[in-house]
Design a protein around this ligand. Structure first.
Ligand code: ATP
Ligand code: MG
Length: 559
């Protein structure tokens, strides 16, 4: 049933392949450079799979480097979570975990170098004034009155910025490039800002911190990165990236290559917005199973293989603006779990059924395959007795024509067991259905009743043997495909009020000793995963990973 999903084009991989075949490349070195200001999300997975994937495929190295130039927003907890997520996805970084802050001394020496060469200056304009002077896309910028400061004065001021003599915002170091450059990034970009903040790696040593642009390319150069892969927003920064490498005595010349970021429907991929969901308590932390974070997806039941497969399916292009259908992600996890998840019977909305012609003390046990196609998964023991539960949705008092499940006077097969007939509907005084009285046709175990057509098969659990489960039914967090499309509106307006529905279910007895993070197909219901944190013996908690209906496979077939 799993349609194969071949990989989509990846222009960067093709390019590297050509370089390798033409003998133009030495060892490939890439890097994944997260800023430790939040957890990694599915968009980062695309970048991780690309960077680590290239290193894997071409026998190179991929570094994990924290882009830690903004101490105000960064935390050790994020560093730990990011490392765990990358490892969980199955990738290994080459060498130690690196930090841009490892290179702060060298960056500072390079800043002094630029000053000495007359290519950088300390500016006293305020942040607002700098913005005003910068000009627009149609108007050139205006030079700062401090632009022509002498080298000695600049060196002195820079040093005093470093040791904390000035307040935040009082001064910045700027590159002296071209205030009339058509590319605004070249209009004397800021290289250093004053920040009186403690840094998670360097403590209180520094009172100035490099800008992203001043840190990124130089870190790449120090590490001998050959392909510095980033998302398209940085295309306009490339001339600056190259200017810095050309004007500094760097040990290597990496090349920046941009690709389109992943955007997916019903999903936010901005750390700032995800953080807001966490901070406002709208979700239960960064690893809430509804979050598109890797830790959330892990908790939800995604496998590393399914995420890697998804990243392969979406490919890598420079075409911006597309929205990937989340159905593709669901397809990737389904096709993985279809083959790898053992089966179980779980009734989400239990309705008691008394099998009136089964004696009180009757018990039989069926041996049922753990997985229909995998002998290596062994057998499950399924006990059968007089009282069972079926799902409320598998019974209708007044069924429409094509309802092949249970209804008064109608027959249905209990999966792996007998055909039963519904004889009586038991109601409470309020008229609500409390139980069904049914009878078993004992001639039907493993064979069809003669002369009667029983189309429906439903799952069930023995009432006396089943174990209670808390099942958390997760759905998309947003009802709108692009919750943040309208920049002026509040994306929280589009929250799905039913993104989490918790039910008390009954499962087959074998589930009693599951270990956290084990995954199952609950037959006829969907794929579920024992919660990493909450599931323990006697307190079983399962998260719905995804339902069974594969809309993406259908789309693929039609297309
Ligand atoms: P934010 O959107 O919150 O600013 P960011 O993109 O700046 O996040 P980083 O930690 O800087 O987050 O990202 C690390 C790497 O992951 C970068 O190389 C970045 O280009 C890449 N990345 C981030 N988001 C996506 C995405 N949606 N698709 C592909 N790559 C992404
Ligand atoms: Mg970033």
């Amino acid at each position: 049933m799993t349609t194969d999903t071949t990989s989509a084009p990846n222009f960067i991989r093709n390019q590297v392949q050509e370089e390798v075949e033409a003998g133009r490349s030495g060892k490939i070195v890439t890097r994944f450079p997260p800023e430790p200001n939040g957890f990694l999300h599915i968009g980062h997975a695309k970048s991780i799979c690309l960077n680590f994937g290239l290193a894997e495929q071409f026998g190179g190295d991929c570094h994990l480097r924290f882009d830690d130039t903004n101490p105000a927003k960064e935390e050790q907890a994020y560093i730990d979570a990011i490392k765990e997520d990358v490892s969980w996805l199955g990738f290994e970084w080459a060498g130690p975990v690196r930090f841009a802050s490892d290179y702060f001394d060298r960056f500072y020496a390079w800043a002094q170098h630029l000053v000495r060469e007359g290519k950088a200056y300390v500016d006293d304009l305020s942040p607002d004034e700098i913005r005003e002077h910068r000009g627009t896309l149609t108007e050139p910028g205006r030079p700062s009155p401090y632009r022509e400061r002498g080298v000695e004065e600049n060196l002195d001021l820079l040093e005093r910025m470093r040791i904390g003599e000035f307040a935040e915002g009082e001064k910045v170091l700027r590159a002296k490039i071209d205030m009339a450059a058509p590319n605004i990034n070249l209009r004397d970009p800021i290289l250093y800002r004053i920040r009186h903040a403690s840094h998670h790696q360097t403590g209180d040593r520094w009172k100035i911190y490099p800008s992203y642009d001043f840190a990124h390319g130089q870190s790449d150069a120090i590490e001998g990165v050959t392909h510095s892969i980033c998302t398209l927003e940085f295309e306009d920064h490339r001339p600056l990236y190259e200017w810095l490498l050309d004007n500094l005595p760097v040990p290597s010349k990496p090349r920046q290559i941009e690709f389109a970021r992943l955007n997916m429907n019903y999903t936010l991929t901005s750390k700032r917005k995800l953080k807001l969901l966490v901070d406002q308590g709208i979700v239960d932390g960064w690893d809430d199973p509804r979050m598109p974070t890797l830790s959330g997806m892990r908790r939800r039941g995604y496998t590393p293989a399914s995420i890697r497969k998804f990243c392969e399916m979406i490919g890598v292009t420079r075409a911006d603006g597309g929205l990937v259908d989340i159905a593709m992600l669901y397809h990737a996890i389904r096709s993985d779990l279809e083959d790898s998840a053992p089966r179980a019977m779980v009734v989400l909305k239990p309705l008691k059924v008394v099998l009136t012609n089964v004696p009180e003390d009757h018990e039989e046990v069926y041996d049922v395959p753990g997985h229909p196609a995998r002998d290596d998964m062994g057998v499950r023991k399924i006990p059968f007795a007089r009282e069972i539960y079926i799902d409320r949705d598998d019974f209708m008092e007044e069924p429409p024509k094509k309802f092949f499940r249970l209804a008064p006077g109608k027959e249905v097969r209990l999966r792996n067991s007998y055909v039963i007939r519904c004889d009586e509907v038991v109601k409470n005084p309020a008229g609500e259905i409390e139980a069904l009285h049914c009878s078993v046709d004992f001639e039907t175990l493993g064979k069809n009743p003669e002369g009667r057509k029983v189309k429906g098969v439903i799952h069930w659990v023995s009432a006396g043997h089943g174990v209670p489960l808390e099942v958390r039914l997760y759905d998309n967090l947003f009802l709108e495909e692009q919750p943040d499309k309208d920049k002026d509106a509040d994306f929280l307006e589009h929250l799905n009020p039913e993104s989490l529905v918790t039910v008390q279910a009954i499962g087959e007895p074998g589930l009693a000793d599951v270990t956290p993070e084990s995954r199952f197909q609950f037959e006829r219901v969907g794929y579920f995963c024992a919660d990493r944190h909450a599931c323990r013996p006697g307190e079983l908690v399962f998260n719905r990973t995804v339902g069974l209906k594969d809309t993406w496979a259908k789309i693929k077939k039609k297309g």
